[in-house]
Design a protein around this ligand. Structure first.
Ligand code: GKR
Ligand code: MG
Length: 423
């Protein structure tokens, strides 16, 4: 049976995003993503979701033009075409707080964007869920963590736009209220606080308050490397009995290793180990205990499973990082985590913060903090073409072409530099 790519559509979209604060600044009023639709001669279309910044789109389009004729099972052929299209791959501009851009990351990110829709086609062709192509689901549902953010109620960039109903969270009480709603509405059983926003003592107080209010929920804090080593050591000393892990307290494997040596709390990262080339150095230094993988930049679902094997080899644990995303990515993350036994912590997701999506509703939902692995063929989710058209139109009008949390923060704080480490 022929199963070859006949065409690819790459559609950038902009999603309304709330003013979530982090070490770099604040989320812009729109987050950019892009939707990939890979058509085949069998009439099956595979779908995927990737970053939506300008340089990424340019790379995706140049690969897309080389895909017609590719056998959808030929993922090695996809890898070759990505290499050809990117030539001497120019490092991409960093678009999120997850490690430095480099050539290997750029190739891996570009490959991943197409691997997911091709796996979607393969799985649809055999009438099975994507998790079956990845070795079979070892769990029916994937647990996710509540992702707590300090945040403003309204965005200073467009104060007139109707705010979401979460309200501001700038204090301990604000974080507790947010956590309560995340737990009540979604059933999350682990709580992660995005730190690196306020002076560490204030964030320690918030974590202690979470511990008191939610005595049975594993807790984490992630300041995205906005602390220096002594600060991280101070926080670790105060919170070591309270945290299940401490995420990227400082930048770089050597600083992470310094912190790791003086605390029993396991350190996790989605910043200092984001490519295979970085694994040996991190392992030798004893820098991290948990790698927070992300198929979007680790080279797709199968490469994330290769990473899982490395984690097993070196005695590291594995979980998942997230960025603002839609349902296509949530479905992909869920299939992958379901079929990867090494994933042993509740994964990150930004989903509760999103009010807009291109996925037809009904398949994905949180119950007891977990998302059931979609049962339909492929990823098990489909695109609402009207929603896609609307969010594409929003992209065209929003004026944002790359993520820039520093610039968004400058609207409120003109002399903001976003320079790290700040504390
Ligand atoms: O959405 O602001 C954010 C996060 O800080 C994101 O950019 C990070 O990449 O969630 C991520 C993380 O765990 O570091
Ligand atoms: Mg992180």
């Amino acid at each position: 049976q022929q199963l070859r790519v006949t065409g690819v559509t790459v559609t950038p979209v902009a999603l309304r995003d709330p003013p979530l604060l982090n070490s770099a600044g604040v989320h812009q009023p729109y987050a950019l993503r892009c939707v990939l639709q890979v058509r085949t001669d069998a009439g099956i279309t595979g779908i995927g979701e990737a970053y939506g910044d300008g340089p990424t789109l340019q790379r995706l389009r140049s690969v897309a033009s080389l895909l017609p004729g590719l056998d959808v099972f030929d993922l090695n052929g996809l890898w070759q075409r990505v290499q050809v299209a990117l030539g001497q791959a120019v490092p991409g501009t960093p678009t999120e707080l997850a490690g430095a851009a480099n050539a290997a990351r750029t190739v891996a990110t570009t490959f991943a964007a197409f691997e997911v829709p091709l796996l979607d086609v393969q799985a649809k062709a055999v009438g099975r869920p994507v998790s079956d192509l990845l070795g079979g689901a070892v769990r029916d549902a994937v647990p996710y963590a509540a992702y707590l953010f300090y945040r403003w109620g309204r965005h200073p960039v467009d104060p007139g736009y109707p705010a979401d109903d979460w309200g501001e969270a700038l204090s301990v009480d604000g974080i507790l209220t947010q956590a309560r709603r995340m737990v009540d509405e979604y059933g999350f059983r682990s709580l992660k606080l995005k730190g690196g926003v306020f002076p560490p003592a204030q964030e320690v107080e918030a974590v202690m308050a979470l511990r008191e209010a939610f005595p049975d929920h594993p807790l984490r804090i992630d300041p995205n490397a906005n602390w220096v080593v002594p600060t991280a050591m101070m926080v670790a000393a105060k919170l070591h009995e309270v945290l299940e892990y401490l995420e990227d307290p400082v930048g770089g494997v050597y600083a992470m290793a310094e912190v790791a040596r003086c605390t029993p709390v396991p350190l996790a990262t989605n910043m200092c180990v984001t490519t295979f080339a970085e694994v040996p150095k991190a392992v030798a230094a004893g820098a991290v205990s948990i790698i927070l993988a992300d198929h979007h930049f680790w080279g797709g679902m199968r490469q994330t499973q290769v990473l899982a094997g490395l984690c097993r080899t070196f005695g590291l644990a594995l979980s998942m990082h997230s960025n603002t995303h839609m349902g296509i990515s949530l479905a992909a993350m869920t299939h992958l985590a379901a079929a990867t036994p090494e994933v042993s912590y509740a994964c990150d997701t930004h989903m509760p913060w999103q009010r807009e999506d291109v996925v037809e509703p009904g398949v994905l939902g949180f119950s007891d903090g977990a998302v059931r692995v979609p049962e339909g063929p492929g990823l098990g989710v489909s695109i609402d073409q009207d929603a896609l058209a609307r969010l594409h139109e929003q992209y065209q009008g929003c004026g944002i072409r790359r993520r820039d949390d520093v610039a968004a923060m400058r609207v409120a704080v003109p002399d903001w530099t976003g320079k790290r480490p700040r504390f």
